[in-house]
Design a protein around this ligand. Structure first.
Ligand SMILES: Cc1ncc(C[n+]2csc(CCOP(=O)(O)OP(=O)(O)O)c2C)c(N)n1
Length: 619
């Protein structure tokens, strides 16, 4: 059946009975394909039948289906004619792991960050009205994504519209870890009561049929405890907001979903279709451990074991250090925005559950919450990926920095992140943190130094950000690690004529570049900056005076980054030396391996050595 799907809407030629066979084929394909390339497996396995139903009911590309986060849109890609591209999923030049408008007319909103789909859907609804067009709009959002504040802002707004807008709530009770919080409980209540629906219907009619009980008692029962009320009117929270609620629907029953979606399409106004799915469906290892298979590297099909175990990462170092710190310092609290596994807070959560907070996909809230934890006498460590902390920009600035609260931001995945591509690169944090008064920004050159910095950050005052990259922790110079002093850089190697000022992971690259330059008789000074804010102006100025060329290296965009600060300083002090800023130009970096991303942005050792060679030959 899969072979019949060459382009959008081909699915409409397959009879309804055979759609279940198609679902099985898609599932088998996804498991096999992702076992080779890596990708988001569990979420996609859960959404196969839902996507089939959507493609059956909607006409693409005319109608707009908007996927929240977008990591679960693999079946959508298959059904819109992209199956052959899966061998290059998330690889350089291949298709993205998320919807991309540049890839297909059927992808109508580029995503990657959570909780945007309802806002985007509403935008399309209004544009439809204003341009006098005629198409359907459907936003698909997971229960995890529904923990994000933006989704509520959009729901609040959605209540006001009087035209059709379908929101499909794909509820698998899982974010990456288990979905948590009041909304998760509420959805769970609906789910559980759905199991009792038949029983309830039986009881209701039985009660009604008793002459002395009758309608009045049934009505009173409806108004009692919320749990019981839920038995009668599921989704009343949404209903009370003015959003029609349909469901819950079995998210693996295609026929039932098609019927419900067709009904939903007819509602004048916003409507939520609540669909219950199983994350990882069809692959036992993913069902047993949906968190591990949320996003996975290539794995062995039979065992589910990763082909290459990822150990010794910076996240592992963070994980061990924070546990060690918490044992000694009872004020340490750890905060994550739904990324317990990714950031390495699993052990902390087990050992210190009362000091661990998973706040859901809610980075803004995580930052304000951490700020007040600090003001209230605790020492919060907010572990957030660089790209997701962008969500909390205003809160870091206005809550943490303005109040000079002692929050430690452990910023993981800073720099290139590889396969997740554009939406996940950690290439902006140095710029957005640089501008914030009171903020201290550090970047370690190695795993050992990350550990040192985290411990050191405890002694500081005010907000402290430590940014470190994805992947294996470097162990360079672990034997000669000097003590950290506030705002001071570490000179690693004294050379002449050229000085390389490197931030974090770039120190190792600078050392490799320096090896390559030996044959040209160029022996640069190499500095591990350690601090980007405040940075070691004294060391930089003396090096600028002594050298013909200053090279700054950072895995961050050039605009507002470290290099620009160095250039401004040298310019302000009117020192006559050349400055080359090694940083990412003004663009979004698309998916490829991290090493290729470095090469394409001139930040690998060969490019850097080449650039230094060229600049020095002109002197
Ligand atoms: C702003 C932001 N924070 C964190 C993430 C990381 N993330 C990707 S998917 C996901 C869980 C989404 O859960 P849900 O919406 O229920 O989808 P499911 O995978 O369960 O289908 C998280 C936390 C993100 N993409 N965006």
């Amino acid at each position: 059946l899969l072979e019949q799907i060459k382009e959008p809407n081909d699915i409409k030629d397959i009879s309804e009975e055979r759609l279940y066979g198609l679902a099985n084929e898609i599932r088998r394909f996804l498991i096999r394909s992702i076992s080779n390339t890596g990708g988001h497996l569990a979420s996609n396995l859960g959404a196969v039948e839902l996507t089939i139903a959507l493609h059956r009911v909607y006409d693409l590309p005319k109608d707009k289906i908007i996927w929240d986060v977008g990591h679960q849109a693999y079946t959508h890609k298959i059904l819109t004619g992209r199956i052959d591209e899966f061998k290059n999923l998330r690889k350089e030049g291949g298709i993205s792991g998320f919807p991309r408008r540049s890839e297909s007319e059927c992808d109508v909103y580029d995503t990657g960050h959570s909780s945007t789909s309802i806002s985007a859907g509403l935008g399309y609804v209004k544009a439809r009205e204003l341009t006098g067009q005629d198409y359907n709009v459907c936003a698909v959002i997971g229960d995890g994504a529904l923990t994000g504040g933006m989704a509520y802002e959009a729901l609040n707004n959605a209540s006001l519209i009087d035209k059709n807008f379908v929101i499909v709530l794909n509820d698998n009770a899982m974010s990456i870890s288990k979905s948590i919080g009041g909304m998760a409980d509420y959805l769970n209540e609906i789910r559980t009561s759905a199991h009792y629906r038949d029983f309830k219907e039986g009881v209701t009619s039985a009660l009604k049929s008793i002459p002395i009980v009758g309608e009045q008692v049934v009505e009173r029962l409806r108004k009692t405890k919320s749990g019981l009320k839920q038995l009668f009117i599921p989704g009343m929270l949404f209903e009370n907001m003015g959003i029609t609620y349909l469901g819950p629907v079995d998210g693996h029953n295609i026929r039932h979903m098609i019927k419900t979606l067709r009904t939903a399409k007819k509602v004048q106004g916003p409507v939520i279709v609540h669909v219950l799915t199983n994350k990882g469906k069809g692959y036992a290892p993913a069902i047993n451990d949906p968190s591990k298979f949320h996003g996975t590297s290539a794995f062995d099909l039979n065992t589910g074991k990763a082909k290459k175990e990822n150990t010794g990462t910076y996240s592992d170092v963070f994980s061990e250090t924070i546990v060690e710190m918490a044992a000694e310092n009872k004020k340490i609290t750890a905060v994550t925005a739904a990324m317990k596994e990714g950031t390495g807070l699993n052990s902390f959560a087990k050992l210190y559950p009362e000091r661990f907070f998973d706040v859901g996909i809610a980075e803004e809230h995580a930052v304000s919450f951490s700020t007040a934890l600090a003001l209230g006498g605790m020492l919060p460590v907010a572990a957030i990926y660089s790209s997701f902390l962008q969500r909390g920009f205003d809160q870091v600035m206005m809550d943490t920095c303005m109040q000079n609260a002692h929050v430690i931001f452990a910023i993981d995945r800073a720099g290139f992140v590889g396969e997740d591509g554009k939406s996940h690169q950690g290439l902006f944090d140095l710029s957005y943190l640089n501008m914030m008064p009171n903020m201290t920004v550090m970047a370690p050159k190695s795993g050992n130094e990350l550990s040192q910095m985290l411990k050191y950050a405890q002694k500081l005052k005010g907000p402290v950000a430590i940014r470190y990259p994805k992947g294996n922790a470097s162990n360079i110079l672990d034997d000669v690690n000097s003590d950290i002093r506030f705002g001071k850089a570490e000179v690693i190697k004294k050379g002449k004529e050229v000085a390389i000022l490197a931030v974090g992971a770039m120190v190792e690259i600078a050392m490799k570049a320096s090896e390559l330059l030996k044959e040209d008789n160029i022996g640069p000074t190499i500095v591990n900056m350690r601090f980007v804010k405040p940075f070691d102006e004294e060391t930089v100025l003396s090096l600028a005076n002594e050298n013909k060329l200053i090279v700054t290296l950072e895995e961050n965009v050039k605009n507002g980054g470290f290099g620009m600060k160095v250039l401004e300083l040298i310019n302000r002090k009117k020192i006559n030396t050349d400055v080359y800023i090694g940083a990412v130009d003004d663009h979004f970096v698309t998916h490829a391996s991290i090493s290729r991303q470095r090469e394409m942005n001139g930040l690998d050792e060969n490019s850097i050595a080449g650039r230094i060679r060229e600049l020095m030959s002109r002197k």
